[in-house]
Design a protein around this ligand. Structure first.
Ligand SMILES: Nc1ncnc2c1ncn2[C@@H]1O[C@H](COP(=O)(O)OP(=O)(O)OP(=O)(O)O)[C@@H](O)[C@H]1O
Ligand SMILES: [Mg+2]
Length: 507
């Protein structure tokens, strides 16, 4: 039985067709993946189903009945819930208050009563949340759980998850998948968007692939492979980049000495970090998310100050320097949060030159033509699905990431600081960005790359530093790196051993 059928859906934005006569069917009780390149139209299709966009053509059936979905309220009434790429919770309210928001019924809210029913729902659905905690005190993974519970609390029979794992660490992904499989067992139907093919193969029953706004096919998990899926998505099957071994190690361009920092709550986040990055090398920082990477990246990008220690770049002391100073020094920064460095209301072309506008001013006048030209070139090189004049906010998630990468890498910086370079990118774009990082290295840049993706770390890094609880617990050359060995280091096993040995010596 089909719980949802979307028929002949067309969605145009100006002359762009984001959804081109898409047919999509969701069976009752299945987990169905939606796959496709950046800009293929996945989010658009789901926003239509959830009433955030309106289709220009086509219709939607729920349980074989035609339904008119004009707003998310209509979608919720039809039993459809969605967790978007950006959360919609109110940070200053508690979990229970957030879940009560938008509920109809009595005007006065008995919050204790709501908390009780939220706790009950949390237990019933197997989604652990604490009802009385303020949302702003929750981690990203916890906020996502609240979003999911919010949908289930409103009796969603269909749950749409748009790249839910992009913001989760591997352990949280496991927890999410277990919960989804359990919910599926009790009858929930799920639409799951992800760029990670192994996740899709692990979790989903069927897979629908979109390409350039068209549905190119639906396959059953048992009848397909990651290779076939990649071919359906982009028209070729082999992926991956090759890294040439370094011949000689270049001079040291970046030195981080005895650096310490605190996190937002004032607790120690980085403990005595010592690192050197050489010209012509990629130094990978591996670690489970939340072990100090965010602070390390923020400090190196000039968005946070260390509490002690020193950062030297090519002999210049940049400890505590502001972002604009760091930028002017010729350091290319790609911070973890792409929204921090892009402006939604400006055009793609403007965003592409945003951090070096001075290069496009002549006699006090902005050289618009030159900016457009540069934009045209970068859009082509980085295969950004957009036109120079498009507002940045209209781009798909992955294409925003490409804008930031293009802007930074095209300036050929001496030093590149990059965090999670391929998060949210499709398989083809991931390859392209990785090969670009190798290009930077080849022309002699020092690249410091923070990534939670071990495959990425091993594929690109000359040396790998593992961070655990704010400490660098080991640095190994690529030749010695295996996923198993790194995994052990990332879980802190060697540092815990060392601590115990120390204790024994003291006794
Ligand atoms: N509000 C909008 N205005 C104009 N164009 C839009 C708007 N929303 C989406 N688009 C365009 O529609 C196309 C499909 O975008 P969509 O966000 O659906 O892609 P996606 O498959 O979700 O990609 P990603 O994997 O990068 O998230 C893109 O070219 C995008 O620029
Ligand atoms: Mg999307």
């Amino acid at each position: 039985m089909h719980i949802v059928q979307m028929r002949g859906i067309v969605k145009r934005f100006g002359d762009l067709i984001a959804n081109d006569h898409v047919d999509f069917e969701l069976e009752s009780g299945e987990i169905h993946a939606l796959l496709g390149e950046n800009g293929a139209g996945k989010t658009t299709l789901m926003r239509i189903l959830y009433g955030l966009y309106h289709a220009d053509e086509g219709n939607i059936l729920v349980n074989d009945q035609p339904v008119a979905i004009h707003t998310p309220k209509d979608a919720i009434a039809a039993g459809i819930g969605m967790v978007t790429q950006h959360f919609t919770l109110v940070p200053t309210l508690t979990v229970a208050e957030n879940l009560a928001l938008g509920e109809k019924g009595s005007l006065t809210l008995d919050i204790k009563q709501v908390e009780r029913s939220v706790a009950e729902a949390s237990k019933r659905f197997g989604i652990p949340v604490k009802p009385d905690v303020l949302v702003r005190h929750l981690s990203v993974g916890e906020r996502q759980r609240v979003e999911i519970l919010k949908a289930l609390y409103r009796n969603a029979q269909v749950l749409i998850l748009d790249e839910p794992t992009a913001v989760l660490v591997p352990q949280e992904v496991d927890v999410l998948f277990e919960a989804l499989k359990r919910l599926q067992y009790s009858g929930l139907s799920v639409i799951f968007i992800s760029h990670k093919l192994h996740e899709v193969m692990d979790l989903c029953n069927r897979i629908t692939v979109l390409r350039d706004g068209k549905a190119v096919g639906t396959v059953h998990k048992n009848d397909t492979s990651t290779k076939q899926l990649a071919t359906m998505m982009v028209g070729r099957e082999s992926f991956g980049v090759t890294r040439q071994e370094q011949r000689v190690q270049g001079e040291v361009l970046v030195t981080i000495k005895n650096m310490c920092a605190e996190d937002k709550k004032g607790l120690p986040a980085l403990r005595n970090i010592n690192l050197e990055v050489h010209a012509g090398e990629i130094l990978g920082i591996a670690g489970v998310s939340g072990n100090g990477q965010a602070e390390l990246s923020a400090i190196l990008c000039g968005m946070q100050k260390p509490s002690s220690g020193q950062i030297m770049v090519e002999g210049q002391d940049l400890t505590g320097a502001e972002a604009d100073v760091i930028c002017a020094t010729g350091i290319g920064r790609i911070p973890e949060d792409r929204h921090a460095n892009l402006v939604g209301e400006l055009s793609v072309a403007e965003n592409l030159v945003l951090d070096h506008l001075q290069d496009y001013v002549k006699n006090g006048i902005l050289e618009r033509n030159k900016i457009q030209q540069q934009a045209g070139k970068l859009i082509k090189d980085f295969q950004i699905k957009a036109k120079p004049r498009d507002r940045l906010r209209t781009l798909s998630g992955g294409n925003m990431q490409k804008v930031m990468l293009a802007r930074t890498l095209s300036r050929e910086p001496r030093v590149v600081i990059v965090s999670q370079p391929t998060r949210g990118l499709d398989v083809g774009a991931t390859d392209y960005v990785r090969s670009q990082l190798l290009e930077q290295r080849k022309r002699g840049a020092a690249v410091l790359m923070i990534s939670e993706d071990l495959d990425e770390i091993i594929a690109l890094s000359d040396r790998i530093a593992v961070i655990y609880e704010g400490e660098i617990v080991g640095i190994i050359p690529n030749s010695e790196a295996t996923p198993e060995k790194l995994g052990l280091m990332m879980s802190g096993s060697n540092i815990e051993k060392r601590k115990q040995e120390k204790k024994r010596v003291q006794v």
